[in-house]
Design a protein around this ligand. Sequence first.
Ligand SMILES: Nc1ncnc2c1ncn2[C@@H]1O[C@H](COP(=O)(O)OP(=O)(O)OP(=O)(O)O)[C@@H](O)[C@H]1O
Length: 270
Amino acid sequence: MSARIYRAPEGLQFDGITVERGRRKLVTDADFTAPAGQVTALVGPNGSGKSTLLKTAYRLVRPDFGTVRLDGEDLWQMPRRQAARQIAVMAQESQTVVDSAGMGQSVLDIVLMARSVHHSGFSPDTDADLSTVVNSLETVQAGHLADRGFTELSGGEKQRVLLARALAQGAGTLLLDEPTNHLDIAFQMELLHIVRELGLTAIVALHDLNLALAYCDYAAVLSSGRLIDHGPVNQVLTEAQVRTAFGVRASTMTLSGGQQTRLAFQRLEH
Ligand SMILES: Nc1ncnc2c1ncn2[C@@H]1O[C@H](COP(=O)(O)OP(=O)(O)OP(=O)(O)O)[C@@H](O)[C@H]1O
């Protein structure tokens, strides 16, 4: 199947990205642009390469081939701090990393750390930093957690704080790897609503295809490390594509007088 390639003049562009480990290709020649100011869902079965592809954009995994560009500029050629000012991340491992680094630290301290990318050396936090942090916590309805210790929070509370931390970084691009883990259904929807309302360039790795349909503008589908489709979410997350990518029977339902679609799933009988 040929992938529909949408190229935007600006945004986050993956240009022929290949990641290898030994003789194995984890991602093969991935080629798409997450358009500026839009939310792109990155979907695909377990192990299809979603996290690996996102890691090439937040500079945890250097691509063996290809280039990741932000608004035309090669991300891997930028100074680290410049890249960090432009791209904020909420990764799957963020909870563990912050848990071990944040022993004894308050939520406020944890979120304030995100502002360090705007400081040179050890310059102190400013009132503007504090106000950004308080606003970010309030945006994710976690203002009441500010004085609590991070490690004592529930999984869902930690996810909210990590989203606040990503927002407090003040970057124009957000990368969220399965951000709805641990969240109750109301806050799963709230989180994606918040992300969409921000108007930033965002890529969100998601397993829930209905959340992708409800809150994302675009979708990119990975299967065995290859990008098999990309485009407007309603044109990509179809019954046929779900069957191809996930081996699952999907039936489309329409909502809001036909304006929106959702999917119901059934196991394929072999
Ligand atoms: N450092 C590594 N060395 C070797 N293989 C790796 C490494 N990191 C990931 N992989 C493999 O690469 C493949 C893609 O992994 P990745 O985590 O990117 O998938 P994913 O689509 O995010 O999966 P999931 O939905 O389960 O989180 C998997 O088979 C994984 O085992």
